[in-house]
Design a protein around this ligand. Structure first.
Ligand code: GUN
Length: 295
């Protein structure tokens, strides 16, 4: 069997078209323009490219976007003061502080300082708590994007054995929680594997759906998965450079071999990545509607 390729690029494009219409209606009917600020500390090339893609996408959808880049040696108190300034800025509905932050800055302290009503990343404990309880909140963008990919690709999750590899706060933990909830792309039986898992292969082998978010290039191979599995690959690993200086990317799953055994698989690039950015835009529009009292 050769797998159906789940194109995040295509699904993201469809959602962006919907958002573009929504943003234009918000402006026409309510004079509301959603606003997003991205804050990057330092010069990590991967972070620079993510942040620039986020601003470019916002701009293309008619979202007001501001981009702040700070020196790597910026003091924690100065970053906190900047977050506070944007908490009070009515033009800004969403605040995104790109992670990771330099070691001398307490990441949790900065994330907790963002007004939960502007926390379009869904990382503030108020939003994490609401997510666990199944209440209306900002869902973290990568897991949210994966739910949309599964729904829009017609993957049945109810009763499915879902194995998630990786227990990060950004992907693994929220993903596990969302997929066991009573909601679309939920109702699954969830196993969360991590570095201390004893028999990873036994878990992978019985999975109907594998979600890999570990950050190790090509870690999961064809002989570890069952025939017909659905694979969502969150990994974006830089494995080299083209002659023209472009990064060569690989996922956490060995695409070439696993696609021959899976029923559906996301590619890297063009899978989960475009969805993450798109869900950030969706959250920003949601934040603007909430601020305007429209939802
Ligand atoms: N770094 C890697 N992924 C993310 C994300 O989704 N949001 C933020 N703020 N930083 C990240």
């Amino acid at each position: 069997m050769s797998a159906k390729i789940i194109s995040g690029t295509e699904v993201a494009k469809a959602i962006r078209e919907e958002l573009k219409v929504e943003v234009s209606e918000l402006k026409e009917k309510h004079n509301v323009v959603p606003g997003l600020v991205t804050i990057l500390v330092g010069e990590d090339p991967a972070s620079q490219s993510y942040v620039s893609a986020k601003n470019k996408t916002a701009h293309a959808l008619g979202i007001h976007s501001e981009q702040v880049t700070l020196d790597a040696d910026t003091k924690e108190e100065d970053l906190l003061a900047l977050v506070d300034k944007y908490n009070k800025d009515d033009k800004i509905n969403g605040i995104l502080v790109q992670l990771p932050l330099p070691k001398h800055i307490n990441e949790a302290k900065v994330l907790y300082a963002i007004d939960p009503e502007k926390d379009v990343d869904g990382f503030h404990p108020v939003n994490v708590g609401k997510m666990v309880l199944g209440e209306q909140c900002f869902l973290p963008c990568t897991p949210h994007g994966i739910l949309e990919l599964l729904v829009r690709s017609g993957v049945e999750t109810s009763g499915a054995e879902v194995v998630i590899v990786g227990r990060s706060n950004i992907v693994g933990k929220p993903m596990a929680n969302l997929m066991l909830q009573k909601r679309p792309a939920g109702n699954a039986t969830v196993t969360l594997c991590h570095t201390r898992t004893k028999d990873m292969d036994a878990h992978l082998k019985r999975a109907d759906i594998i979600i890999a978010a570990v950050g190790v290039a090509n870690m999961i191979k064809a002989d570890q998965v069952k025939e017909g599995v659905v694979v969502i690959d969150v990994g974006v690993n830089r494995i080299g450079m083209t002659d023209s200086g472009k990064a060569i990317l690989a996922g956490d799953v060995e695409f070439a071999s696993v696609k021959e055994k899976a029923s559906a698989i996301t590619p890297v690039p063009g899978g989960v990545g475009p969805m993450t950015i798109t869900m950030l835009m969706k959250n920003t529009v949601q934040a603007a509607k909430q601020a305007a009292g429209l939802i």
